[in-house]
Write a protein that binds this ligand. Structure first.
Ligand code: CU
Length: 120
């Protein structure tokens, strides 16, 4: 049996649509983006490292009095009191210990303590 195939002729109609281009006049288009200088997040602590010798310490309250060297970007050498957070950081420390401490530049809380040299 033979099957006759009917060929259909397709007419392709191309519709040409007029393209309307609206060109906006730009006066030397300024693409300068205004970048806001973002201040450092106030939440994030800015940490500094200091070295000092303990002149007084209270493990219960976490208060550590230090005769510390200058902390670049934060303060000069001086003797002052810091609050350790958490207070238990002050445990095991004694007057005369030389420590390396990490301090939050904003709150001045001592966040970490490493004993460099124990008191002799
Ligand atoms: Cu100080």
């Amino acid at each position: 049996m033979q099957l006759k195939s009917n060929q259909s002729v397709r007419a392709v109609v191309l519709a040409l649509l007029p393209v309307c281009c609206c060109v906006g006049a730009s006066y030397g288009a300024q693409d300068e983006k205004i970048v806001m200088e973002q201040a450092e997040p106030t939440q994030a602590p800015k940490l500094f490292h200091g070295v000092g010798i303990i002149t007084a310490v209270d493990a219960k309250s976490g208060l550590i009095r230090l005769d510390h060297e200058a902390i670049p970007g934060l303060m000069d050498a001086m003797e002052m009191e810091y609050e350790a957070k958490p207070a238990r950081l002050a445990e095991g420390l004694a007057v005369g210990d030389k420590i390396d401490f990490t301090v939050d530049g904003r709150t001045l809380a001592v966040l970490d303590v490493k004993k460099l040299f124990p008191a002799k």
